[in-house]
Design a protein around this ligand. Structure first.
Ligand SMILES: Nc1ncnc2c1ncn2[C@@H]1O[C@H](COP(=O)(O)OP(=O)(O)OP(=O)(O)O)[C@@H](O)[C@H]1O
Ligand SMILES: [Mg+2]
Length: 473
């Protein structure tokens, strides 16, 4: 999760995409371009030495210079090449980001500015590309000079050998036409080197992604989590993002089948606790136990398959509503999917759509309203049927009438399951068995609504803020 939060997904996809092109590019360069050139070069050289070894040596006299220039060229351009790739990735990452947040871009009328940022990066890329090309251009000029010098040397040497009587005029003519065959492949080697260098750099970029270590790992002897009763214990947990304490010494116990509500000001750390019980991150201190098993000691898959999570911001796949619900259990029958949708109070809405369950929800579910998305997410969890439930603001995007219907569905769903519910709306948490009040990552109050509402503190403040508003509903 830390890795994915820090990376631009567009940039990353581009890297992977280009690594594939680079891979084929390298194969093509090596097998279609280089190998035949090298083989014909070897054949020509053998024949040249056979005809006249003196002339062959003379023809090759400039070869080392030629090679040195190519090596110098690769060295001189390596950093720029790398920078140009980086700029291009950044430009694309920026464009992807803008498209992912297209509503924000449009609502702030920032199309032109996004364009400008994108173009600026592209221009920077072009600048680096131009510099690399200039350097290679310089090398190309040097190679031409070398080639011309070589012709002069071969011609002079040939004339000398003819006077000596070592070779005939015919052999000299042969060697002059040979030069093209010998140096031709070497020049194309230069072009190929450039392609190879670029492609290897691209592979290198993708390799960095592959080598990224998973920061949350299953232990070697990790067993499957066995949920029997469903007791959840947070014992003195500590958590930080980049050394900034987010959760400090939090201890919470959720008894089997109990509903515990987390309440607190925005940024208090409520969502973070839901991420921690899913082990999206490892703790800095303390431990989380489910039925006595430390979640750090069990297989992540077994842990997450027993927890149903309805998030604050539910994302959807750009696919049909049916597939988004069935994502929890692709083997579920159509009846099961429909029944889950009914329980989440979304079936009637889906049926009213022209394409019904086959309606596409659009990019990240943009075609659905916030409340509809939440109900789809709830249906997804109902279908998953996990023994532990985590609901982060599950009803925040619903109107009062809908909220009550959903609330009833959730209450049914929570029956017999250990649940942690987060809600800004206190009406949703009033019925909880226990309320935990968090403030700045610490537990500051604990009790039932009846107990807490009477005493001064964060809970009372939150209630007072909502009296006459949502709480009254
Ligand atoms: N990836 C992250 N990197 C750094 N800080 C983060 C990250 N995610 C959350 N935080 C910080 O952790 C704190 C707790 O965030 P959290 O999302 O748990 O709050 P919350 O109680 O759920 O708030 P809200 O009621 O607004 O949803 C916040 O101060 C937030 O800025
Ligand atoms: Mg939150």
């Amino acid at each position: 999760m830390r890795f994915h939060l820090e990376k631009k997904s567009g940039e990353m996809m581009k890297k992977v995409d280009r690594a594939l092109d680079a891979f084929w590019g390298i194969l093509y360069t090596v097998f279609i371009d280089l190998l035949p050139s090298v083989l014909s070069l070897v054949a020509v050289l053998i024949y040249a030495f056979y005809v006249s070894w003196q002339m062959a040596l003379v023809s090759l006299i400039m070869l080392p210079f030629s090679i040195i220039f190519f090596i110098l060229g690769s060295y001189a351009t390596a950093t720029e090449q790398q920078k140009s790739i980086k700029c291009f990735d950044e430009a694309l990452g920026r464009a992807y980001d803008a498209m992912a947040n297209i509503m924000v871009v449009k609502s702030f009328a920032k199309e032109a500015q996004e364009n400008k940022t994108f173009m600026a990066k592209l221009l920077e890329y072009i600048r680096f590309e131009r510099r690399t090309s200039m350097k290679w251009g310089g090398i190309s000029v040097a190679q031409t000079v070398i080639r011309t010098l070589n012709r002069i040397i071969v011609f002079t040497g040939g004339v000398y050998f003819i006077y000596q009587g070592t070779i005939s005029v015919g052999v000299l003519i042969m060697f002059i036409s040979f030069l093209g065959t010998v140096y031709g492949p070497i020049y194309s080697l230069g072009d190929n080197m450039r392609a190879l260098q670029r492609n290897f750099l691209r592979l290198e970029e993708a390799r960095k992604i592959l080598e990224e270590k998973n920061r949350v790992m299953d232990k070697k002897k990790a067993k499957n989590l066995l949920v029997t009763a469903g007791k959840i214990e947070f014992r003195n947990i500590e958590f930080t993002y980049k050394e900034i304490g987010i959760i400090r010494d939090v201890t919470i116990t959720v008894k089997p089948g109990e509903v515990v509500a987390l309440v607190g000001h925005s940024g208090a750390g409520k969502s973070t606790i839901t991420a921690l019980i899913n082990r999206f991150y490892d703790l800095k201190g303390g431990e989380i136990l489910i039925d006595g098993q430390n979640i750090a000691d069990v297989k992540q898959k077994s842990l997450r398959s027993q927890i149903g999570l309805v998030m604050q911001d539910n994302s959807m796949f750009n696919d049909t509503i049916y597939n988004n619900i069935a994502y929890a259990r692709p083997d579920a029958s159509a009846e099961e999917v429909e029944s889950a949708a009914r329980k989440a109070n979304i079936h009637d809405f889906i049926s009213s759509l022209p394409d019904g369950y086959q309606t596409k929800v659009g990019e990240r579910g943009l075609k659905l309203s916030g409340g509809e998305k939440q109900r789809v997410a709830i249906a997804r969890v109902i279908l998953k049927n996990p023994p532990i439930l985590i609901l982060d603001e599950a009803t925040s995007a619903l109107d009062s009438q809908n909220e009550q219907i959903i609330q009833a569905a959730l209450e049914k769903l929570m029956k017999g399951r250990s649940s942690i519910v987060i809600a800004h709306r206190l009406s949703t948490v009033r019925k909880a068995d226990k309320i935990i009040v968090l403030d700045k990552g610490k537990v500051v109050q604990e009790g039932t609504h009846g107990e807490l509402v009477g005493m001064p503190g964060v809970y009372k403040d939150l209630v007072d803020l909502q009296v006459g508003g949502l709480l009254a509903a």
